[in-house]
Design a protein around this ligand. Sequence first.
Ligand code: GDP
Ligand code: MG
Length: 599
Amino acid sequence: IKQENVRNFSIIAHIDHGKSTLADRILEKTKALTQREMKEQFLDAMDLERERGITIKLNAVQLRYSSPNKGEDYLFHLIDTPGHVDFTYEVSRSLAACEGVILVVDAAQGIEAQTLANLYLALDNDLEIIPVINKVDLPAADPDRVTKELEDLIGVTKDEVILASAKAGKGIEEILEAIVERIPSPIGEPEDPLKALIFDSLYDPYRGVIASIAVKEGSVKVGQKIRMMQTGKEFEVNEIGVFNPKPTPKNELTVGDVGYLTASIKNVGDSRVGDTITRVDNPAPVPLPGYKRLNPMVFCGLFPVDANNYNDLREALERLELNDSSLQYEAETSQALGFGFRCGFLGLLHMEIIQERIEREFNIQLITTAPSVIYEVVLADGETVTVDNPSLMPDPQSISEVREPFVNATVMVPNDYVGSVMEICQKKRGSFVDMQYLDDNRVNITYDIPLSEIVYDFFDQLKSQTKGYASFDYDLAGYRASNLVKMDIWLNGDTIDALSFIVHRDFAFDRGKAITSKLVELIPRQQFEVPVQAAIGNKIVARSTIKAMRKNVLAKCYGGDISRKRKLLEKQKEGKKRMKMVGSVEVPQEAFMAVLEMD
Ligand code: GDP
Ligand code: MG
């Protein structure tokens, strides 16, 4: 198939607007999948993704489409994008592999924060946009209103908007023809030096790194020597191919092709997402634009419940890192929790996913500490240090200034909830930036907020205060000085390093009170009375007490009720798994997260 009949595109959408369902319909219509394979939404491969309904890893599928209107065959590459704010950079890279996008908007929900964020990424990449209003079968569908929103937002006309129901299979032919008609073919020269964009990379224990690539210039064959333009590392190509949707080896990939490449690459760090591959014999002078290193924004400690699992945990992290170059970790020792690792993540969802994978795939029970951001601390002598672990915050006397990361947070919400959203943002130390009406009913509110406040249950509060109507997105805005102090928690007179956190001085007293009472709730009674104190330096700001255990819990049960007794015992055993002896006190996992639930 000739280059002018190639179409490379992605589907972008706010979560749950129907991206995966539409992708399935397209695969079905192009006969890429059998009925049986259709059972699973093919592009969301991992279990965890399916359960959470999100897409983390990118995938590209090659499809053949015979256009009834044109009477010609076309080669499509459908590139999947992750749908969560933590993965914006990956979305941006996968869009760089495309010439166009299908923008899916739910006919009942309308445009949401992630619709906008993805749309901006598409515009940044100069992509052709095909607007699709999905779920028109829903009783609450209001395609006229959503069409109006799209007209206002991207200046499309009514007849450019396609009405569809991915679920019922409506509008799919029209979408396929629009891909042919409206999305341009790739423009590179097959005779130029090779430039292939790496937009994903995945580690396979047998073949090494499998890089997903989009060939933008030139061509590449098996056996050729290639160079990663960012790292300078060189390799020999073992295999190249396309996903259709199963991996299918090819002799050559040329301009416009989107597929995979293996070259005995042992480390995903050597084939970084966003890097450009060229050939050693005829190298390109400059790489493709836009290489950016990903920096973790959120840090927490991961400790094995059973200290014997420390080496297993190290191995698990090594394995996960192979597939995820944005995961960072280093050894950490905590007086309270023993040996573990300080890990850096792109955001909260990324953090939860890694924790869950360690527990599920590697079967290691974890104690995780509350997430923290990276602080910049200017010391009295003028030196600046970065601190990603609250317990390592220097002495207050030696600090001249503490700076914290701020984000530009965009919340999109129906009119009625503007007050609640502003109240939450204010409480989270946000300062108002802007407010724009999208239509008669919906408002886009922008605030400047410390990232640490976003990390602490911002999204949960937003959702509960707006009955789930708010959608949310954020970008890092930079570091600013704040009046921050470290708060320590003492259990039975001992400082528990893993419970320390950083707090704004104005909130220190309230948070101290809140966390001590929360800990009293969460930590079970021990054989003796345990004082719980919150302190700044040596100054106690709050105190509460865990009373001593009185009687055997089983004594509470009625004599004969065996099944109830057994249930209670099982429940205790279940709880035990997540307990950790900290000094003389047994502390459950939840206690280390208590700081997240204090407002
Ligand atoms: P994604 O998060 O954008 O990938 O969304 P999914 O494709 O996973 O769809 C989210 C939910 O919406 C699922 O329960 C789908 O079955 C449902 N859905 C998708 N398309 C339609 C549609 O056209 N009509 C209706 N009624 N439901 C749909
Ligand atoms: Mg999906």
